[in-house]
Design a protein around this ligand. Structure first.
Ligand code: LLP
Length: 430
């Protein structure tokens, strides 16, 4: 049996928690968080970006325990809804260290953000600038604002998660002067303070090139604004989007490498423009939490399917599916799976890991080799499910969402409880 956490004791025997222990205690499916790994990742990013601010993008995964750890490790938090803001506040995150995002924040969300005093609001439309200015004036506060710029860079990533090409909903475009105009509008409001420019160019990016183009374009706009309005914009945010490894083919950049590249480009561009370099911030989500979790499923049925031509594929059905991980169905995202409760000497066979939902596209791992003797009752682990899995989970087919179990130092505890059908029925008030 595989030990998942805790390493070995002096006698060389496993001293950690086993997946069977976890399945027995918490049932399956469950997301399992390696808390120490996440903490270590926070430290690594924090250390690599010692001269910058690192905002954990809580949309990747948002819970009090995780935001508390991020905050303890010196990270700030990016929220994009009143719900995420409420969790951050409940986790005790300093409001000043919270950034509020969104292309359609409600008036209530903006008001709440201003009332608690979040550190920055990233504005995304002219309508919103007016709205925010008015709310701030009413509340008698000055709101600190970043202007989200669509820098027109299309990062090398899946089409649906590239956010900085021209014809899409986020940010103010550079072409046509939209971003300039937005910044000017913010500066014209006495209840707003313009901190600087922001961009986010996509997700699951493996090269710094696109970020460098983005940084150069932002510095150019910043220089124009500083010259034309005789102001200094103290901050600049390059967003998140740093890739993580889902398969052995993915080669993520390390934070130190990213930081060095950003420092170089900022130094060069600012020197050329003759401006003082603004303080940098970034917003990684996936690269922080993604690798720190796996999903533990139990195999329910195993069915060999004969394909035309005589080949065969083993369909392995688990007790979850697209309701706990929509990413393969939505983005064709690759994952892997391993039998986690035992080792097997059986020959590997071509398999597909599927869920229990009434939908043929309910696939968790499209092509995987699993031991031929994989059987009902086995536990299957799918690694790398920390980001955008629990946070995008649904109740399709009235399946209740799995819990998140945190393991640290050989001890486990739930940090998000298992949802039950009673929870779902409680909301069904008809
Ligand atoms: N900052 C902003 C403004 C963002 O919009 C995002 C992600 C991030 C930071 C964090 O990006 P990360 O470092 O996690 O890539 N559901 C998709 C990903 C959507 C990302 C949306 N914005 C997925 O499952 O791949």
């Amino acid at each position: 049996e595989l030990t998942v956490f805790g390493g070995e004791s002096e006698s060389g025997r496993d001293a950690g928690v086993t997946v069977s222990d976890l399945a027995q205690e918490y049932d399956t499916p469950a997301y399992i968080l390696d808390e120490d790994d996440f903490r270590e990742r926070c430290r690594t990013w924090r250390a690599a970006f010692a001269d910058a601010d690192v905002y954990y993008a809580s949309k990747a995964f948002c819970s009090k325990a995780v935001l508390r750890i991020a905050a303890e490790e010196g990270l700030r938090v990016d929220v994009c809804s009143g719900g995420e803001l409420a969790v951050a506040l409940a986790a005790g995150v300093e409001p000043d260290f919270i950034a509020l995002h969104g292309n359609n924040k409600s008036v209530a969300e903006l008001r709440q953000a201003l009332t608690v005093g979040v550190g920055r609001v990233v504005v995304d439309s002219l309508v919103e600038i007016d709205r925010l200015a008015e709310l701030a004036a009413d509340l008698g506060v000055r709101a600190r604002v970043m202007v989200r710029v669509n820098v027109g860079v299309e990062a090398h990533t899946h089409e649906y998660i590239a956010t900085a090409h021209e014809d899409q909903k986020f940010g103010f475009s550079l072409s046509g002067g939209d971003a300039y105009q937005a910044a000017q509008k913010v500066m014209s409001k006495t209840s707003l303070t313009l901190l600087g420019l922001h961009s986010h160019i996509g997700s699951q990016i493996f090269e710094t090139a696109a970020f460098e183009v983005s940084a150069a374009r932002l510095v150019k706009l910043q220089t124009q604004l500083q010259t034309d309005f005789d102001v200094t914009l103290p901050e600049l945010d390059l967003g998140g989007g740093f890739g993580m490894a889902y398969t052995s083919q993915d080669a993520p950049m390390n934070p130190a490498e990213i930081s060095a590249s950003f420092a170089t480009i900022m130094r060069r561009e600012c020197a050329e423009a003759g401006i003082e370099a603004p303080r940098l911030s970034i917003e990684p989500g996936r690269s922080l939490i993604g690798p720190s979790m796996f999903t533990l499923y139990r195999v329910g049925t195993v069915k060999p399917v004969t394909l035309s031509g005589g080949a065969s594929r083993l369909y392995v059905s688990v007790d979850g599916g697209l309701s706990d991980n929509i990413r393969p169905a939505l983005y064709d995202a690759p994952y892997s799976a391993t039998v986690a409760n035992r080792s097997s000497a059986a020959r590997p066979v071509l398999a597909r890991v599927v869920g229990k939902h009434c939908e043929a596209g309910d696939i968790l791992v499209k092509d995987e080799f699993l031991p031929a003797d994989v059987a009902p009752g086995d536990l299957l682990a799918v690694p790398g499910t920390g980001a955008y899995c629990r946070s995008m989970a649904s109740n399709y087919n009235h399946v209740a969402r799995p819990p998140v179990i945190s393991v640290s130092n050989g001890a486990s505890r739930p940090i998000v409880a298992r949802e039950t059908v009673d929870d779902l029925l409680r909301l069904d008030v008809g």
